[in-house]
Design a protein around this ligand. Structure first.
Ligand SMILES: *[C@@H]1O[C@H](CO)[C@@H](O)[C@H](O)[C@H]1NC(C)=O
Ligand SMILES: *[C@@H]1O[C@H](CO)[C@@H](O)[C@H](O)[C@H]1NC(C)=O
Ligand SMILES: *[C@@H]1O[C@H](CO)[C@@H](O)[C@H](O)[C@H]1NC(C)=O
Ligand SMILES: *[C@@H]1O[C@H](CO)[C@@H](O)[C@H](O)[C@H]1NC(C)=O
Ligand SMILES: *[C@@H]1O[C@H](CO)[C@@H](O)[C@H](O)[C@H]1NC(C)=O
Ligand SMILES: *[C@@H]1O[C@H](CO)[C@@H](O)[C@H](O)[C@H]1NC(C)=O
Length: 498
């Protein structure tokens, strides 16, 4: 019994002794490890060998160091834009400069040391002077960030349990259009294909939007306009309407960028005339005009009833100025009226438009304002009859003629305003106008729609059924000119809406 108690006591004593010895050994070893670190820190950033030695010694030391430093910073994702400066945090505890950390990027070691009260140059470790350790911290700073800096950065405390924090650095780059090109350098033959390519870089990968500015303003290019790939658009079988400026817009949430490019489609010339029919009379000069839209120089010719008019002709005064051409004609007899054709020709083809030179009246610009019709008559010959043709579109559909009183003044250009109110029953009508002079009838105008409604209870001021305005003197008018102009604009709007 006594013996057993004694043996237990001895065993406990031995255990206590062993424990004490072991602790003494540990503290000795810790001092050794600290010495190693001090050496490393003394040499830091100046000696590659020191780094290697320290790294090598590290693994051994890990086995035995017992420390309780920890990392305060939580893992996070950093976004940085190209050329900016980013600071990756690694706050440690205790914060007294005693803790030794190493920074690694994708497993490459960048820095190995502790905090100092000045920035620490670590370029000998990183081979890159953009990296340093910020003063009084163990934070890693990267200046003039580049796309290649993206990755996982790890800050790790050198102690056996390896406390560490990992940050992910994502580099964002606002879109940059490297090159914006068009096939054939942007000068494409009609009928060929056009490919536009917009080379853009950025992170995240930018998206591209295309637009085009032709004759009708800036317009987004859509699926129906061409075939789209990641960074190009392919437009088949182009024609002159594809000429214009093309835009590449790149965006990725970080920023936007755009580039523009001019595309010219070469093709046959296109002739335009201001008027298709011109009224004149014997011994009255008429000036016929045409102009050519063309990217190549073209040659302009005029024909009378299909026969070429020589430049040297004395019966005509032909002036061509670049893309414009005017032909002055003074008819001497009835046979001098007829069809005049303006033709332009370039190396890709030719095109023509014709102008009729006539003695019958020409009726233009028929428009509607409520119950009022307005139109213009051109006739050098005296007018004999003005007639509105009216058809009830909801009724039997028979055309009804309405005689319009003739103007009292003599001119060769008249604006006629005719109020249908009180002349016909309320309803919806189609209207058209024709005019006869001492030679013959004009052509019938295109139809306009008229909606005749009940008069409002307020009695309207008494008005004549028709009003003439002499467009040449500009003086004779029964209504103030401004009102006429105003309502004409309004009438155009109405006509366009119909
Ligand atoms: C970083 O960018 C991503 C997407 O680009 C975004 O979701 C995230 O919120 C950003 N983080 C910070 C800290 O700005
Ligand atoms: C670092 O801390 C020391 C002591 O607190 C201070 O004197 C020094 O100005 C600090 N350095 C920087 C760059 O903040
Ligand atoms: C940033 O880096 C780029 C190359 O990556 C260099 O061309 C540029 O000059 C640098 N900028 C500064 C301010 O150092
Ligand atoms: C486009 O233009 C460049 C110079 O402006 C020229 O070197 C190149 O040959 C041209 N390419 C084509 C297909 O015309
Ligand atoms: C005008 O063009 C038409 C169609 O291309 C052609 O038939 C006609 O002969 C041309 N007229 C003249 C006068 O060249
Ligand atoms: C051609 O006519 C248009 C108007 O029709 C005018 O704007 C242009 O200046 C003219 N060009 C020349 C070269 O006369």
């Amino acid at each position: 019994m006594e013996l057993r108690r004694l043996s237990i006591f001895i065993a406990l004593f031995v255990l206590a002794f062993v424990a004490q010895c072991s602790e003494a050994r540990h503290s000795m070893e810790r001092r050794e490890v600290d010495d190693i670190y001090d050496d490393v820190l003394a040499d830091e950033a100046s000696d590659d060998e020191a780094q290697n030695d320290a790294d090598g010694g590290n693994d051994q030391a890990d086995e035995d160091i017992a420390v309780n430093a920890s990392i305060v910073t939580k893992p996070s994702s950093y976004n940085a834009t190209v050329e900016s400066t980013i600071r990756l945090a690694c706050k440690v505890s205790p914060d007294d400069g005693s803790v030794v950390v190493q920074w690694k990027r994708n497993q490459n070691m960048y820095f190995f040391g502790t905090q100092k009260n000045h920035d620490i140059d670590i370029s000998s470790y990183t081979k890159d002077s953009r990296f340093y350790i910020a003063a009084n911290s163990t934070d890693l700073v990267i200046t003039n960030v580049s796309r290649a800096d993206a990755g996982v950065y790890k800050c790790e405390i050198l102690q056996p349990d390896h406390p560490a924090v990992e940050h992910t650095l994502t580099i964002h780059q606002s879109p940059k259009i490297v090159r914006f090109t068009a096939s054939d350098n942007g000068t494409v033959m009609e009928g060929n294909d056009l490919r536009l390519t917009c080379e853009v870089e950025g992170t995240p990968q930018p998206q591209i939007l295309w637009s085009w500015e032709g004759n009708n303003g800036n317009k987004r290019l859509e699926e129906k306009d061409g075939e789209f790939t990641l960074n190009s658009v392919y437009i088949k079988n182009v024609n002159h309407q594809h000429s214009g400026n093309y835009y590449c817009y790149a965006f990725n949430g970080v920023g936007t960028n755009q580039a523009e490019l001019k595309v010219t489609v070469l093709g046959k010339p296109r002739v335009h005339v201001h008027k298709n029919v011109v009224n004149s009379a014997v011994n009255i000069e008429a000036v016929l005009e045409c102009f050519v839209k063309d990217h190549l120089a073209s040659h302009i010719r005029w024909y009378k009833d299909g026969a070429l008019i020589e430049d040297s002709s004395t019966r005509f005064n032909l002036i061509t100025n670049g893309q414009n051409s005017t032909l002055a004609v003074t008819p001497a007899t009835d046979s001098d009226f007829g069809t005049f054709t303006c033709e332009a020709e370039n190396e890709l083809g030719k095109h023509n438009k014709s102008i009729e030179l006539v003695q019958n009246p020409v009726v233009e610009k028929l428009s509607v304002d409520g119950p009022k019709l307005t139109w213009t008559v051109r006739s050098h010959q005296p007018l004999e009859k003005i007639e509105i043709q009216l058809r009830d579109i909801s009724g039997d559909g028979e055309w009804q003629p309405i005689d319009v009183p003739l103007p009292s003044t003599k001119s060769h250009e008249y604006e006629v305003i005719y109020d249908l109110h009180d002349k016909v029953q309320t309803g919806k009508y189609e209207a058209s106008v024709r005019v006869k002079n001492d030679k013959s009838w004009s052509a019938q105008t295109d139809t306009a729609f008229v909606d005749i409604k009940e008069l409002s209870s307020q009695p309207a001021p008494i008005q004549h059924a028709s009003v003439y305005r002499d467009l040449n003197s500009g003086a004779h008018s029964e209504r103030p000119v401004s009102i006429v102009l105003l309502s004409t604009t309004f009438m155009y709007l109405l006509v366009r809406m119909l």
